[in-house]
Design a protein around this ligand. Structure first.
Ligand code: ADP
Ligand code: ZN
Ligand code: MG
Length: 279
């Protein structure tokens, strides 16, 4: 079976996936995203029929997936999934449309309007860039003074596409959040423990194994389906009272920092999935 793997850099993840694919007798063709120049027409893609998208760039992965789909390839994940997961506002909307439990959230476009909404809803809240990852610029707002400063920065810095505020209910987690890996179905998960309320492993949280209960697995599968993702890492927040809410869905699964301690064979599972996809 021929599989095209599109990447930005061959990180630990891509190397392990590549090795797993080759063990399965897949003919893998590697394409660096930056080197691809594709005509915007419906001409067939010269590669295989299945493309595994591992580009680290949202701009590149979204456009490349969209182009390759028109050219007849089955891209994992699809352009729609990448577009939805790549934007936390669109993700929340897709989850809401399916009635999936999540922290309440709103989008706003101007400081005063957002502040007025916050006065109605109350603090603490979390604001984060609609497009972002690795916990960057995820900020907790405990009261009006911080809200004014942060919202002013949100609306006066950056470019036009940055001028939207995503505001979410702050969830008081019990020292960790949960991540469930879904490849068609839930295959396992990790608990990310931290002293800090931001629990990304990129920010120092410690990954631990967790046995995913059926209810969490089902919720994660529903969340992945809501955004149309074949392969996803679904972040769940647990409240102090044990309620489970979906926080976000990541379309490009990373595992370099967690595979040692959790032993979930994600490279093998991803390779199996890609090798089993029918174009
Ligand atoms: P990223 O895509 O950068 O990982 P997330 O939305 O997952 O963005 O936020 C990063 C981390 O911040 C989460 O893993 C979680 O620990 C914390 N966090 C994010 N939103 C909330 C929230 N509404 N309540 C409590 N913690 C949150
Ligand atoms: Zn994310
Ligand atoms: Mg996250």
């Amino acid at each position: 079976k021929k599989i095209d793997l599109i990447y930005t850099r061959l990180r630990t993840e891509e190397r392990m996936i590549l090795e797993a694919l080759r063990k399965r007798d897949c003919a893998v063709e590697l394409h660096q995203d930056a080197e691809l120049v594709l005509p915007l027409d419906a001409g067939r893609w010269s590669g295989g029929n299945v493309v595994l998208m591992r580009s680290m760039s949202l701009t590149r992965s979204r456009y490349l997936a969209a182009i390759l789909e028109v050219k007849g390839a089955r891209v994992v994940n699809s352009a729609r999934a990448i577009t939805t997961c790549g934007d936390k506002i669109l993700t929340n909307l897709a989850l809401a449309a399916q009635g999936i439990p999540m922290p309440w959230s709103f989008a706003g476009f101007e400081e005063e309007a957002c502040l007025a909404e916050l006065e109605r809803r109350g603090y603490p809240v979390v604001t984060k860039p609609a497009v972002g990852s690795w916990g960057r610029m995820v900020a907790r707002i405990d009261g009006r003074n911080a809200a004014e400063g942060l919202l002013q920065m949100r609306f006066e810095m950056g470019g036009a596409s940055d001028h939207v505020a995503l505001v979410q209910q702050y969830i008081d987690k019990p020292g960790y959040d949960l991540r469930v890996y879904v490849l068609g179905r839930a295959v396992g998960g990790i608990r990310r423990r931290s002293e800090h309320w931001v629990t990304n492993t990129a920010r120092g949280a410690v990954p631990e194994r967790y046995e995913v209960p059926e209810s969490h697995a089902t919720l994660a599968e529903r969340a992945a389906a809501a955004v149309g993702a074949d392969i996803a890492a679904v972040d769940l927040l647990e409240t102090r009272s044990g309620e489970i809410l979906v926080n976000e869905v990541n379309h490009c699964v990373e595992f370099a920092r967690s595979i040692e301690s959790t032993r979930i064979p994600l490279p093998e599972l991803i390779a199996d999935y890609a090798a089993g996809v029918h174009p």
